[in-house]
Design a protein around this ligand. Structure first.
Ligand SMILES: *Cc1c(COP(=O)(O)O)cnc(C)c1O
Length: 358
């Protein structure tokens, strides 16, 4: 059989993977532990009956963008929607990245920034966070001066560390970065800070892009819907690189109906935040190093308990609990990340962890 050769730059790349193991308690991908409320499902099914199946969807997804604009008190032409915030990130990379350009990240952070940028043949420069996993101001200024990035990715709260970004860091980036500054707020509603407040507040906000997703707080990872809020001029540029009719009619409906249940979403966020307190305290009591999180997951390190992270991860699987194994990632030696589940799942997690550490 003939196997035509792929692009040279793809040969050394690996795809994104997150091991899925058959277990009772899955706390590895930061999904919500609950589906949207039953009223959502009923309302959604009613709306779906109205779809013109033989027609293309509204290419501009105007109604959904109007609803999102109302939610964030901005204009609809400031909102761009796509198939998950990963497609938003890809669209940003296709627009501002590409050959001969540079994307700047602060490690450790969400691996998809580098991955997607590289797929667009963009060079990726990796700067480092400090030991508390914050972006240090001096390191930020230095990296921008050296790399002159065409795009820069911040993640607030940061995955996998749970650390929120400070307005000082974002303001400095907006002032100094020649390109766009992307603030990924996939977990924004869990945190007490949002860069959405900085949109339109100053001239430099012309280069600010804030991304959000329905995958986590809206309990809709299965739908693949995300968006960003930015300056209106960017929307026309995004439209050039995105496929026509990329956002199907059913998804546009799902997003609009979901927004009717904001209160329930906020209740779920409050529930998870309570669990975060409880689980973080429980892990600290076991003698683990635990980083304060403002997201729906907590990063912890097993070194102080005298066991390698990889060994604890395996022992957890033996107890049918799956967490994310970050122990081999640069800067995260012996670190694991647990997604907060239901109260019952978290109890099982804490009990399994106590046993695994013995
Ligand atoms: C989960 C996650 C996303 C979500 O991606 P979707 O494509 O919207 O599911 C984006 N950014 C970060 C940092 C995430 O952790």
């Amino acid at each position: 059989m003939k196997r035509p050769s792929v692009r040279d730059d793809l040969k050394s790349m690996e795809g994104y993977h997150s091991p899925q193991v058959e277990v009772d308690v899955r706390l590895n991908t930061n999904e919500a532990p609950f589906p949207p409320p039953p009223e959502f499902e009923r309302a959604f099914l009613e709306e779906v009956k109205k779809v013109d199946w033989n027609r293309y969807p509204d290419r501009l997804a105007w109604a959904l963008r109007e609803d999102l604009a109302e939610l964030h008190q901005v204009e609809p032409d400031q909102v761009f929607v796509a198939n998950g915030s990963n497609e938003v990130l890809q669209t940003i990379c296709l627009t501002f990245g590409g050959q001969g350009r540079t994307a700047l990240t602060f490690e450790p952070t969400y691996a998809m920034y580098g991955q997607i940028a590289r797929v667009t043949q963009c060079r990726v420069a990796e700067a480092q966070r400090d030991e508390t996993f914050r972006v240090p101001l001096d390191g930020l200024e230095k990296a921008i001066e050296v790399e002159k990035p065409d795009l820069m990715f911040l993640c607030s709260p940061n995955n996998p560390t749970g650390t929120p970004e400070s307005s000082e860091v974002i303001e400095t980036a907006l002032k100094l970065v020649p390109g766009v500054v992307v603030v990924d707020e996939a977990y924004g509603q869990f945190a007490d800070f949002t860069a959405l407040d900085m949109l339109g507040s100053q001239d430099t906000s012309d280069s600010l892009i804030v991304t959000r997703t329905f995958s986590k707080t809206w309990s809709m990872a299965g739908v693949r819907l995300g968006y960003c809020v930015a300056s209106p001029w960017m929307f026309d540029e995004f439209q050039k690189v995105v496929l026509p009719y990329h956002l199907d009619s059913v998804k546009q409906i799902a997003g609009r109906v979901a927004l009717r249940f904001q209160e329930q979403m906020e209740q779920r966020v409050a529930y998870i935040s309570d669990q975060r307190r409880r689980v973080s305290e429980g892990m600290a009591r076991l003698g683990l190093e635990v980083w304060p999180s403002q997201a729906n997951f907590v990063l912890f390190r097993t070194t102080l308990c005298g066991l390698p992270g990889n060994e604890v991860w395996k022992r957890m699987i033996d107890r049918s609990v799956l967490v994310r194994n970050c122990s081999g990632w640069p800067g995260l030696t012996d670190c694991l990340r647990v997604t907060l589940g239901t109260e019952q799942e978290n109890t099982i997690f804490l009990e399994a962890l106590e046993e695994a550490l013995q």
